[in-house]
Structures are given as structure tokens and as C-alpha cells.
Design a protein. Structure first.
Length: 677
DNA sequence: CTAGGGTTAG
């Protein structure tokens, strides 16, 4: 559904006035205080200070050190601090607690909180007084190293020793809880703040609201949002952006737009984050034209798009298969002073891979290496997926070695992808060996790993091995999920072991796993294939009770079942009812329906549908052509078949078609056949 | 101390 606002943007931007939406506000730009200097220059500056005579006061040094640390050059900052023996107390330059705090912060970022605590020990040993920032930094470090428990212990200890926690101390812990998924504890801490000397502020509320949104707990998020406003804490652009992000992620455009108008009413301007989220949501829905309009709009009102903004747009084009535009946009980023991030490259690599251009994907990979953008784990995983999908799994299998040589550790996703590739290429013995080897590499197989093997066995008529793996996973303490059951139910059904399939489906429910759309589709497919259309019909009609809404796959299955049972009229009726169910027919739907019509000798109706699918933006595939040609042949209309082919086909499919036609054409048609080649 | 973009199975 297209909301009025986006229609407005799309149709004519000039009609958007500031009365309607919060975009056309004037923006003031903060001049960046830190100039764009690289690490080398900063270190040079630092050294020049150190050798000046007389030695400048310590704040001159800390200023540079904090800039270096802010640029994520943690090791460099620590090295400079060490070099001047600040921590051992330089005889000429007596460091302030600020220097120690910078050192602690750097160690924490380098995931060495233990060294941070060593600095703290030195602080007290030298008779310095740790300040609020010292403890806050350490608490943050512990939170960031998944040591939340220790962070709370430190908090309790310092409070017991008479330390007054600040709003930042609380905020750091709340953030830690939120990021670890324990929103509940974060809320309790927020409530504790109410009764403390520092009441919660905008940051604490926003943090929890964001966490709730990310976990799709919108009701609670909006409750807290209302509560904060009631308590006189005004939401800012961050609060709104978090909520809008959450709402967009569940396609609740109307609610998101309501918030946009509320922002306007409260005089809160959108920034690049807000715009990027909206733009990203549009791209994910394939609404690229609107996304483009939004980009122009943000530029027009003075919000500069950045790398993230462009990344979303590039991905949008990739999703539509418009790789040329994606590439152009990628190249244009440089002109817009937007640096390519590793994510920009990952998006492009995935785009090429998914559009069957693996060689382009590989060349982008080499390009990034040349541009000194370091490939990440995701880069490799994406490339491995691409290679596997292109059937080049031998090359993919080599990449974990390359990763390791670059200091990257393959993760469970890397291994699962390769495991899947081996299974898909019927290399089941190798897959099992690979499965064992990943354990040797210190990677514990996940449910997904088992599911992949179970699927591999099932699809290769080794259903007993699949069942064996199923019991093995439970023994190894890995609980099966819905996918596991669906895979097995499908495997057993294909093997004709319907009773066992039925048993598994009830076992799954008794284990508290809810059947999902795939479960239903699998069972419906089996019923239809086995001529049990009536059972399928009644199951189809009761899906709703389980809270599962039929999708296009479900309907395709039923339509196919009806066609196969000769109930072509019912099938066609269902086909016509798709849009009222909010469903779009896909190629498969058309193929099924056209085939059904052909077999019911309704050739003209089939042909009409064929023409209609094109008009509906659904392009025919090879199967469609084959079905049509077969239909004509069955009706002994070979000339019409040939005319049909000549009117619609190109090179590749032609060979198949010729085979199909061979032998069934009268001599004269054969002549037409060869002349049209 | 709070917000946006990239990866695996049915």
C-alpha cells in the first residue's frame, strides 16, 4: 500500500510544504572541530609537543591522545602513553586522571578489560583518585566484553564504597542490558533511577525503547514512550528514529508516518539516520522510485546522505536485479565524498552473485582488496554462498583457508553454507566428513547444520540416514526446530512413508513446536500428490485455526491438486480468488493453471492466460513455453505450436523445443521447423 | 550512556 506521503513525494515534491511534514526545516551545520588528520600527523604532532622546551602542560597531550582514541587508534594511543611513561608518572609531566582514563578506554576497546583494571590498580597505588569516568569506562568495557555480571558487581561495589553513580553510569548499564537482550533488567534499572538522585533522561528511555522495538515489543515500547512524555522527558530525533525503524520493519507505514507528523508537531527535525531508515525500508519493499525521490528530497533540504544511505539504495537496485544502476551508484559515491565501506562491497558482491554474475562478484572482491578495504567475515560468507550457488563449490571450499591466512575465523554460517553445498552436489560422504571436521575446528554444529544434513539425506533417498541424524542431534543436545520437522515430514512423504510423516507432525506439536506455513504446504502437497484432494481441501480450510495464513505456494498446491483431479473449473475459480486473498500469482501459478487448462482442452483460455501473465508483469519461463507447446501438440495443432515458438522464443530454449517437436510433426511442419531455426 | 546499511537450512 502506498501512503499519501510517498505518493506526494513521488508525484511532485514541490507540493510538500512545511505545514505538512517535518522535512522543510532549515538546518544548521556544526563545523567539525576535529580536522581530518590521519594517524601519522597526529603522532607527529604529539611528538613535537613532547620535545618542545619548556614542555607544554599535560592537557595539550591529552587533547591529541583523545583524538587518536576517538579515531579508533587504540593501540597507538596506548603506545604513546607508554612511550612517555605517563602511567609510571613522568617526572616532568605529571599525568592527570584523564590520561589514565584514556588508557583504560583504549584497553577496553581492544577487548583487554583486564589491562584496564591493571591501570585502575596503578591509579590507586600512585595515590590518584579514580573519578566517575574511570568507573564508567570500566563498566562499559565489561558490558562490551559480555561480562555484564562483572559490570553489575563493580557497580554494586563502588556504590557500597560511597560512590555516587551518575546518569552515565546508569545509562551504560542500561545499554549493556539492552544489548544483551535483557530488556527486563534494563527497565528495572530505569525504575531504580527514578528513586535515585539522578532521574532517567532521554538517552535511557531511547535506549530501552530501541531495544523493545528491535524485539518487536511495540506495545511496551509505545507505553514507555507515552510514559516518558508524561514525565516531562521530551523525545528527540533518536527516540523517534528508533520507533520509526521498528514500525517500518513490520511494514507499519501508517504508524511510522504518524510519528513523522508528531515529530513535526514537536519541532523535531529528521536527520540522516531517520532518512536512511525510511529509504532503506522503501528499498526493501522494492519501491525504488520513491526511495530515489526521498534521496533527492533529503539533499534538497540540506541533509547530506552518507555511506549508509547509499548502501541501502544500492541494495535496493541489487534486489531488483538492476546491477548496472547499482554499480553506477556505487561508483558515484566517491563524487559525493562517501567512502565505500566493507558493507558497500558486501552488498555489491551479493547483488552480482544473486544475479548470476559470480565473476563480477569475484572481481568486486579483488577490487576491494586493492582499495585497502579489508574483507570481513560477512564478505567471505557472501562470496562462498555465491560460488556455491554458481556450482563452483570446490573454489568455495578453499576460501576458509584464505580467511584464516587473513586472520579471520570461519564461523558456523561459513561451515553450514559449505555443508549445504556438499549435500546439494550429492557429496554426502564428504558432507559427513566435513561435519566432523568443523567440530575439530572448534565449531559446534547448530540446528541448522543438522537440518542441512537431514535435508541432504532426505533428498537423496536416504531417509533412514536422515532419521538417524535426527536422533543423533537430540543425543548431542541440539533441539530440533520447525525446519527439522518440516524437512523430515517432506522426506518421509516423498519416500511414501506417510504414516511416519503423520506421526512426526503430531510429535512436533506435542514438543510445543507450532506448525508453520511450510508445514502446511508440505502436508498439502503430499495430500494433493496422493490424490487426497478432499483431505487437502479440509486442511486448507482449517489452517486459519492454527493462525497460519495460506500463501501463494499453498494456493498453487491446491490449484494443482484440483487440476490433476480434473476439477479445472474449481481450480480456475481459486486462481481468480487470489487477489481477494491478497496474493499475487507467480510463474508457477500461471504454469499450473495454463497446464490445467491445456489438459482440459481449453487451449484458447490457456493462451489468454499466457498473454495475461505478461501483462501482469510476470514473465514466462521455459516451463511455460513447454506447457503451451505440449498443449498445442496434444491438440494436434503443430503448426500453431511452431508459430507460437517463432513468436516468442530465443536461442537457448529452442533446442529443447525442437526435441519436443521432433517426431510429432508432419513433414511439412518439419520444414517450417528447420527454416525457422 | 541512545538511532540507520552486509551472511547460512525447510
Amino acid at each position: 500500500m502506498m501512503h499519501a506521503f510517498f505518493v506526494a513525494v513521488h508525484v511532485s515534491r514541490k507540493f510538500l510544504t512545511s505545514q505538512q511534514l517535518p522535512f522543510n526545516r532549515s538546518y544548521t551545520f556544526a563545523v567539525p572541530k576535529i580536522r581530518n588528520t590521519d594517524l601519522k600527523t597526529l603522532v607527529f604532532k604529539f611528538n613535537r609537543l613532547a620535545y618542545r622546551n619548556p614542555v607544554p602542560p599535560i592537557p595539550e597531550f591529552t587533547k591529541i591522545l583523545s583524538v587518536i582514541a576517538k579515531r579508533n587508534h587504540f593501540a597507538a594511543a596506548i603506545s604513546l602513553i607508554n612511550q612517555f611513561d605517563f602511567l609510571g608518572v613522568n617526572p616532568v609531566l605529571k599525568p592527570t586522571i584523564y590520561v589514565f582514563n584514556i588508557a583504560i578506554n583504549c584497553f577496553c576497546h581492544l577487548k583487554r578489560v583486564d589491562f584496564g583494571f591493571a591501570v585502575l590498580a596503578k591509579v590507586t597505588k600512585l595515590g590518584y583518585q579514580p573519578d566517575c569516568a574511570t568507573f564508567n569506562t570500566l563498566i562499559k568495557g565489561l558490558c562490551g566484553s559480555d561480562k555484564l555480571h562483572q559490570a553489575i558487581k563493580l557497580f554494586d561495589r563502588i556504590v557500597k564504597n560511597g560512590f555516587e553513580p551518575s546518569v552515565v553510569t546508569y545509562g551504560t548499564l542500561i545499554n549493556g542490558f539492552c544489548k544483551s537482550g535483557d530488556t527486563h533488567s534494563a527497565i528495572i534499572l530505569l525504575q531504580n533511577m527514578e528513586t535515585s538522585t539522578c532521574p532517567p533522561g532521554i538517552i535511557q528511555y531511547s535506549c530501552i525503547i530501541d531495544s523493545l522495538c528491535k524485539r518487536k515489543r511495540f506495545f511496551e515500547a509505545l507505553k514507555l514512550f507515552t510514559e516518558m512524555k508524561r514525565k516531562g522527558v521530551s523525545p528527540n530525533v533518536v527516540t523517534y528514529t528508533c520507533l520509526i525503524h521498528g514500525l517500518c520493519s513490520i511494514h507499519s507505514w501508517d504508524e511510522a508516518l504518524e510519528l513523522l507528523s508528531e515529530m513535526h508537531a514537536r519541532n523535531v527535525s529528521l536527520n540522516v539516520h531517520t532518512f536512511s531508515i525510511l529509504l532503506d525500508a522503501l528499498c526493501k519493499e522494492g519501491r525504488i522510485t520513491e526511495a530515489e525521490s526521498l534521496l533527492s528530497l533529503m539533499i534538497q533540504i540540506g541533509v547530506t546522505p552518507n555511506t549508509v544511505t547509499y548502501n541501502s539504495l544500492i541494495r535496493g537496485y541489487c534486489l531488483l536485479g538492476k546491477m548496472d544502476v547499482a554499480r553506477k551508484l556505487f561508483d558515484s559515491m566517491v563524487d559525493q565524498h562517501c567512502a565505500h565501506s566493507v558493507i558497500s562491497y558486501n552488498i555489491l558482491i551479493k547483488g552480482y552473485s544473486e544475479n548470476k554474475k559470480i565473476d563480477e562478484a569475484l572481481s568486486v572482491f579483488h577490487e576491494m582488496c586493492n582499495e585497502d578495504v579489508v574483507p570481513s567475515l560477512v564478505t567471505y560468507n557472501t562470496l562462498i554462498i555465491g560460488l556455491c550457488q554458481a556450482g563452483r563449490f570446490e573454489e568455495a571450499l578453499l576460501l576458509p583457508y584464505e580467511m584464516k591466512s587473513h586472520g579471520l575465523t570461519p564461523d558456523i554460517s561459513t561451515y553450514n553454507t559449505l555443508l549445504d553445498a556438499l549435500c546439494n552436489n550429492t557429496k554426502l560422504d564428504e558432507a559427513l566428513k566435513f561435519f566432523d571436521s568443523m567440530i575439530d575446528q572448534g565449531c559446534t554444529p547448530s540446528v541448522m547444520s543438522y537440518n542441512i544434513l537431514i535435508k541432504g539425506y532426505s533428498e537423496n533417498e536416504k531417509i533412514d540416514e536422515a532419521l538417524n541424524m535426527f536422533s543423533k542431534m537430540s543425543k548431542n543436545g541440539v533441539n530440533p526446530n520447525v525446519v527439522t520437522y518440516n524437512t523430515l515430514i517432506s522426506g518421509l512423504s516423498h519416500a511414501g512413508r506417510l504414516e511416519e510423516a503423520r506421526m512426526l507432525s503430531s510429535e512436533m506439536k506435542s514438543r510445543g513446536l507450532k506448525p508453520d506455513i511450510v508445514t502446511f504446504n508440505t502436508i498439502l502437497n503430499t495430500l494433493c500428490k496422493n490424490g487426497k484432494l478432499d483431505e487437502a481441501r479440509s486442511l486448507f480450510n482449517t489452517m486459519d485455526d492454527d493462525g497460519v495464513v495460506p500463501d501463494i505456494v499453498t494456493c498453487n498446491c491446491i490449484i494443482d491438486g484440483m487440476c490433476k483431479s480434473g476439477e479445472t473449473d474449481d481450480a480456475y475459480g481459486m486462481f481468480l480468488s487470489l487477489s481477494s486473498r491478497g496474493l499475487q500469482p507467480n510463474v508457477r501459478t500461471y504454469n499450473i493453471m495454463i497446464d490445467g487448462l491445456c489438459k482440459a482442452s481449453e487451449l484458447d483460455k490457456a493462451n489468454t492466460l499466457f498473454l495475461e501473465m505478461k501483462a501482469n508483469g510476470c514473465s514466462a519461463d521455459e516451463i511455460t513455453y513447454k506447457i503451451m507447446v505440449q498443449g498445442f501438440i496434444r491438440a494436434k495443432q503443430t503448426t500453431r505450436a511452431i508459430e507460437f515458438i517463432n513468436g516468442s522464443l530465443n536461442g537457448n530454449v529452442w533446442a529443447d523445443m525442437k526435441k519436443l517437436l521432433n517426431g510429432c510433426c508432419p513433414p511439412m511442419d518439419q520444414k517450417i521447423l528447420s527454416s525457422s531455426n
